[in-house]
Design a protein around this ligand. Sequence first.
Ligand SMILES: C[S@@+](CC[C@H](N)C(=O)[O-])C[C@H]1O[C@@H](n2cnc3c(N)ncnc32)[C@H](O)[C@@H]1O
Length: 227
Amino acid sequence: MKPPRSAAAKRALGLWKKSARSARLHTTIRWWTAPFEALEAEVPRSGNILEVGCGHGVFATFLALSSASRSVVGVDIDAEKIQLAQASLLGLRPGEATVSFEHRDSGEVLTIEGGWDAIVFADVLYLLAPEDRSRLLSDCFAALAPGGRLIVKEVDTEPRIKARVAQLQEALATKVLRITDGDALDFPSAADLEALMVGSGLTTRVARLDKGYFHPHCVVVGTKSLS
Ligand SMILES: C[S@@+](CC[C@H](N)C(=O)[O-])C[C@H]1O[C@@H](n2cnc3c(N)ncnc32)[C@H](O)[C@@H]1O
């Protein structure tokens, strides 16, 4: 568990201070339990960035606040979360960060001319069935600019006990509390994700982000070739 440390992190989370208690609690717990500052370091400092499955949008806003050269769009299938994410941006000063949020259907990848410099997932792909996950990653590959990065953060399946705790928690969030939307519940390992990304044509690298956390956080970073 880690608190927000950088000024941008504190500002991103601070935007939720005056929100309803449930949203404030959700975003605070999310921050303390997800390695957002380490994940941010994997994202290019400039360019057009898409976050798929942005939820309340704290990470997308943090990315934009961390670098004025980033233009960030967050999308999610949960219309209510997108509304809250949009409302959180009202607390930003004019020109403070370039970030916006849109509601999109599952499997839909927003495209832009020239392609995205990076597409990021933070704890989303376990909510898709394997065939949908594979299709979505291929569509993301197609939507990337040459040299663009696909950054996939998930909870690994090793070490087993830590993974099992995280999986039970996610089952509770999706099936009992219903605070997370998703079509399925299927936890890919870092190796599974890497194989899918290599299959899409990306050059990959895997890093663990779980130092100081209960969950076995990991990230797979795939880079598209320049040609
Ligand atoms: C655990 S939350 C993570 C939210 C955010 N990425 C974060 O790190 O705080 C998972 C999010 O994925 C979204 N989601 C689930 N399936 C999705 C899909 N097929 N496409 C886009 N978003 C999806 C859910 O609505 C939820 O907001």
